[in-house]
Ligand binder design. Structure first.
Ligand SMILES: Cc1cc2nc3c(=O)[nH]c(=O)nc-3n(C[C@H](O)[C@H](O)[C@H](O)COP(=O)(O)OP(=O)(O)OC[C@H]3O[C@@H](n4cnc5c(N)ncnc54)[C@H](O)[C@@H]3O)c2cc1C
Length: 440
């Protein structure tokens, strides 16, 4: 008899794994709180299309996406900018979020996935130490496995028993608050750098961008603290000083959303339970992109489920998913949380100094765009990075922060590599505690 798989929340990884499992004969139902046709934000997103192939999702039609172009990085006040040259057609695609959802949902429905809309998931249903279903606004649903794809604040993960060892809450400093909106174009002035990323704009720790398009300007303000519309006004005025095309009329978006910017959940499976996407904090810790990682995880999770011939989906068999994800992706991303923490220790003048003193060059930015895994980049360029830090001895504070970050990154890489290869609850929880402690 085919097994019943519950996917809680229509997240990107959840809908992708649902499609693969359904194609392989599983009975899969996704429960989503929003109504049909209303999913996604009113803006565009970037992701690596190679992840689609990994998740067995076809490439979207050519008229639905564009390729990412060169990006220009700027400091808070420094006049010096660094351009990241993107090889044509080799990196990320830009697509409307609603179209991304439509594409993934069409694929899943064609594969036989059932989707129940307008159904809010309230928490897990447990028997002993096993998740056996979900509580929802439409009643309880039981299944052989619950895949948690409800995002960062998943009510399933947050209501798991403490003894599962799964972190239930995300700390304040582990998320970035984002405001994003498209504004009218108010002039035809020529623009230097169509897509500008500004570190510490307005002197506040965070990342902002201004992307000038033919008929609108896309603005994102990201801060490591909560902020409101007063701050948005101040920040957009600041951005207007160097982007004369940025108008004052908001034409799309205009929402505040939080994104996790931390290491992947140190334990993301339990008996009858596996977390994916933002529920497991799979975003890139520095920038918050999570679509491609959720897609890659979907394939690893589907392979693990299909390989479980006992069809019991215990923590022991699902652990393979976590180990594989960490090996391929997670362990390569977690050092970026150290970079984020280091950035938060800097003052605006330190950030400007990095641009002025050429610690980071255009070549570095361009090379970085070709790596999806910081582990590889760090291992190949470690000596180069140390040389660069030595070269900035004029700024002692920066040297201390930078050496601290490099030492921490090395340690994080060592501990991630020590992840227990086989499930042994005591060993796993001990490792998870040690791993999480490094980011405190
Ligand atoms: C402003 C912004 C810009 C971003 N830009 C990019 C980008 O350019 N590229 C990129 O790769 N990533 C980007 N991200 C991150 C990306 O959105 C996520 O990492 C990615 O979507 C994976 O998250 P998810 O699908 O698992 O979770 P989510 O996107 O949070 O989806 C969770 C789903 O579960 C549903 N849900 C939640 N709670 C319940 C409940 N209680 N009951 C039922 N359903 C529920 C939600 O409605 C939603 O459909 C951005 C995020 C934000 C906020």
């Amino acid at each position: 008899m085919s097994k019943n798989i519950i996917v809680a929340g229509l997240g990107h990884g959840g809908i992708a794994v649902a499609a693969i499992l359904s194609k392989n004969g599983y009975n899969v139902t996704v429960y989503e709180k929003n109504s049909e046709g209303t999913l996604g934000y009113d803006w565009t997103d970037m992701f690596d299309p190679k992840a689609l192939e990994f998740a067995e999702i076809p490439m979207p039609p050519a008229d639905k996406f564009k390729y990412k172009e060169n990006m220009t990085f700027c400091g808070p006040c420094s006049k010096k900018v660094l351009t990241q040259y993107i090889p044509k057609h080799k990196t990320e695609i830009i697509m409307e979020r609603k179209e991304i959802y439509n594409h993934f949902i069409d694929n899943a429905v064609k594969c036989g996935v059932n989707i129940v809309y307008d159904c809010e998931v309230l928490g897990p249903v447990l028997i002993g130490d096993r998740v056996v279903g979900i509580k929802t606004s439409k009643g309880e649903f039981l299944g052989d496995l619950v895949i948690d794809s409800c995002g960062m604040n998943s009510p399933v993960r947050r209501n798991l028993p403490k003894q599962f060892g799964i972190q239930r809450e995300i700390k304040k400093e582990q998320k970035i608050s984002i405001y994003r909106a498209f504004y009218n174009k108010c002039s035809d002035d020529a623009i230097d750098g169509k897509f500008k990323i500004i570190l510490y704009a307005c002197g506040k720790p965070g990342v902002s961008w201004v992307a000038s398009h033919d008929d609108y300007t896309d603005v994102l303000i990201g801060r490591f603290e909560e902020f409101g519309m007063d701050e948005v006004e101040r920040a957009t005025d600041f951005l207007r000083r160097t982007n004369s095309r940025l108008g004052t009329e908001k034409i799309r978006g205009g929402q505040f959303v939080d994104i996790p910017v931390r290491h992947t959940l140190s334990v993301m499976v339990a008996n009858g339970y596996a977390a994916i996407g933002d529920s497991a904090f799979m975003t890139v810790p520095l920038i918050g992109s999570g679509i491609a990682n959720a897609l890659r995880a979907s394939r690893i999770l589907a392979d693990t489920i299909i390989a479980d011939k006992s069809e019991f989906y215990s923590a022991e068999t699902l652990w393979r998913y976590q180990v594989e994800y960490y090996y391929r992706i997670g362990s390569g991303l977690s050092p970026l949380e150290c970079v984020k923490s280091a950035l938060l220790k800097l003052r605006t003048q330190d950030v400007d100094y990095c641009f002025e003193s050429e610690i980071i060059t255009q070549d570095d930015m361009t090379i970085a765009s070709n790596f999806t895994n910081i582990k590889d980049l760090f291992e190949i360029r470690k000596m180069d990075i140390i040389q660069k830090i030595k070269g900035i001895k004029n700024n002692k504070r920066l040297v201390i922060v930078a050496f601290g970050a490099v030492a921490k990154m090395s340690k994080v890489l060592v501990v991630s590599a020590q992840i227990p290869k086989k499930w042994d609850k005591t060993k796993v929880l001990k490792w998870a505690k040690q791993y999480d402690k490094m980011f405190e």
